[in-house]
Design a protein around this ligand. Sequence first.
Ligand code: B1M
Length: 211
Amino acid sequence: LKPAEKVYNSVLHGEMEEIVPLLQEAINEGIAAKELVDVYLIPAITKVGELYDQKEYFLPQLIQSAETMKNAFNFLEPYLAGNKEASAETGVSIVLATVKGDIHDIGKNIVGLMLRNYGFNVLDLGKDVRSEDIVATAKETGAAIIGLSALMTTTMVEMKNVIKIAREEGLNCRFMVGGAVVNDKYAAEIGADGYARDAYEAVKLAKKLAL
Ligand code: B1M
């Protein structure tokens, strides 16, 4: 197996220690960090989700694979930040959070990383964040955009709540939403300004909303 293929297996099997040397090997072979993310890491964690769905994997495996992803992104961050010099600071602030009740943050962290690379000032509040806290931070900082992530059907409804509270508070910012269970139809339904399928789309959308 090539190092990049081993990267895939490493996430699949939750090999938290092995992942970093494998990524280093793949990078040394000239494989781009972006390719490692799009072709190996994300498909691997998606596969883990499917195995969990099929009851072949259980929570411990899910957690181990998620930790492996975390180590992978910590290592890859400087490589993914390659665009930084090319893109000037936009001066646009984005408050980013995974909504209340939801602790999935791998995707949100990738989105945050990409937005930073493209010059956005990202205020990442983390995961399981109360709607009131998200709105309060946006208000305090005068952020232009609130970015929300949700991975579960039970938590995506919180997005609507954030938008409602922000409107009540008279906030004049835009809303972008994402996460596996969200789609553009749902985004429109709750009054968000846009939906992004992945981190690259998120950057495009943020640029559009920031205008
Ligand atoms: Co959980 N989990 N999980 N999980 N988990 C899902 C989401 C699930 C679909 C798995 C399944 O059953 N097949 C399911 C939800 C079912 C549903 O509601 N439809 C589920 C469940 C049920 C649970 C628990 C309840 C399990 C339990 O305890 N019994 C529990 C929830 C706890 C809680 O939140 N309260 C739980 C826990 C966990 C772990 C902690 C083990 C771990 C998360 C670790 C972490 O994030 N730190 C975990 C994981 C890893 C997953 C799966 C396997 C993978 C999620 C992931 O990281 N994907 C997931 C299955 C799946 O999604 N296929 C699953 C990779 C990531 C790069 O993609 O997050 O979609 P994603 O982000 C993408 C895009 O969506 C987009 O860009 C990202 C990059 O391309 N995007 C945005 C995301 N946010 C965006 C925001 C934007 C724009 C774009 O603008 C602001």
